[in-house]
Design a protein around this ligand. Sequence first.
Ligand SMILES: [Zn+2]
Ligand SMILES: [Zn+2]
Length: 151
Amino acid sequence: MTPLWPCSQCGAPGARNIAAHGYCATHATDLYRSLPVEAWRDGGRGLSTGQHRPDHGPEFHDLRCALCGATWVGTLLESCQWCRDRIDAQRATQARLLLNPHLPSVDNPNRVGAIVEWGRRLAHATQTGVVTETDAHHAINRIEGNHDRAA
Ligand SMILES: [Zn+2]
Ligand SMILES: [Zn+2]
């Protein structure tokens, strides 16, 4: 691991090296705080509130999540547990909806198109890890099974 350089802006002890510059906790926080919200799509990270917490260890600070505002004591840019939990819950809901699609009935001419569209979304969800391949196969078999029975 590269040793931490002193902050290139204020000379304080470095907390992070970013793109060949040293950053103290405050200046790293300024930099990350200037990022657009889309930067935290995978969950927020803890930015320093400016309070060093050497009582927890030399690397510890009072942190506030850049996205949801949760606060905790941790190391700079630690990923936020609250955001992770929320994203996991969202994914679980998304997966449940996707695995139990509301499709037009078998005598509806739109059904085939709807199944194709659903299959596309299911494939994407499998690639991004929202649903497992096994669950996707089961869901497809279920739809096909319904179809055969009705035919
Ligand atoms: Zn600094
Ligand atoms: Zn958060």
